[in-house]
Ligand binder design. Structure first.
Ligand code: CP
Ligand code: NVA
Length: 303
């Protein structure tokens, strides 16, 4: 039966381990110059309703490196823009392609698409979730810290798709997740409740960023206004101004803390330039790992 990747919550510990082991192997092979083409002759469709730099390039290059190819589909230029239904689009695309990656607004559209598709569907970001990002972030944490087990991961900022996916990961893996979000900008209520119930090491929500950063092994942030929220940018800048990751805030963290950001970043807003460009930051290794981890996902789902 075909498998999808729509949410990190759908994965079991063994699935995470398989992805991380494969990503490590693929990263080494690439570094060593070995050609490895298990997806020869396979194609991935990539539907984008929102912009992307990292996700598009890493999926496209990843397919090429695995011996297959990717087809970029801006939804503006397909018949979806003229009202062709999700059901028909999913059924038609399943006749041509071996897998589909979708970046769009609503999580339910991706789920509906996956329900009609007969090929694997990968969530490349929705307003609710960004599973591929969090999988590669966990891989980066393993590289930097040896493990995610028993670490304290602090998320500071908007309770958005990244925060929700972190909660889903904490519900499945043994690390402690502490989030600091302003009132009215909390993560999704259902995801938070489920995370609190399921997380072995706990999910805690605070208001004050100092409370979550204290003794943290990893400090993570994301933009204050996500794609689609551009009109709220000014208002959000006011609400979130105490939520910037800067040197002063990091004083409470562990001395070997790493700072992460899924990117794109706004220096001087959610993160100070001195931090993102400073010694604790791992953001560029983090971005590179999107390639290796997504190749692992592609090999697992499409091979
Ligand atoms: N982090 C991330 O998904 O980046 P893009 O929006 O550039 O794909
Ligand atoms: N929360 C951000 C993540 C970008 C990768 C957004 O949705 O725009």
């Amino acid at each position: 039966m075909k498998k999808d990747l729509l949410s990190v919550y759908d994965l079991q510990v063994l699935d995470f381990e398989l992805i991380f082991e494969k990503a490590k192997k693929l990263k080494k092979m690439l570094r060593d110059g070995h050609t490895y083409a298990p997806l020869k002759g396979k194609t991935l469709g990539m539907i984008f309703d929102k912009p992307s730099t990292r996700t598009r390039i890493s999926f496209e290059v990843g397919m090429y490196q695995l011996g297959g190819m990717a087809v970029f589909l801006s939804s503006r230029d397909t018949q979806s823009a003229r009202g062709e239904s999700i059901a028909d689009t999913a059924r038609i695309m399943s006749r041509y392609l071996d897998g589909i990656m979708i970046r769009t607004y609503s999580q339910s559209s991706v789920e509906e698409f996956a329900g009609y598709a007969t090929i694997p569907v990968i969530n490349g970001l929705t307003d609710l979730l960004h599973p591929c990002q969090i999988l590669s972030d966990l891989f980066t944490i393993i590289e930097k810290k040896g493990t995610y087990e028993n670490l304290k991961i602090a998320y500071v900022g908007d309770g958005n798709n990244i925060a929700n996916s972190w909660i889903n990961a904490a519900a499945r893996l043994p690390f402690h997740l502490a989030l600091a979000c302003p009132e009215g900008y909390e993560p999704d209520t259902g995801i938070l409740e489920r995370g609190r119930r399921d997380a072995e090491r706990g999910v805690t929500l605070y208001r004050n960023p100092c409370d979550v950063v204290r003794d943290a092994d990893v400090v993570y942030t994301d933009v204050w206004a996500s794609m689609g929220q551009e009109a709220e940018r000014e208002e959000r800048a006011g609400v979130f101004k105490e939520y910037q990751i800067n040197r002063e805030l990091l004083r409470g963290a562990r001395r070997d803390v790493i700072v992460m950001h899924c990117l794109p970043a706004h220096r001087g807003e959610e993160i100070a330039a001195e931090v993102i460009d400073g010694p604790y930051s791992v953001v560029f290794d983090q971005a590179e790992n999107r390639l290796h981890v997504q190749k692992a996902i592609l090999e697992i789902l499409l091979d």
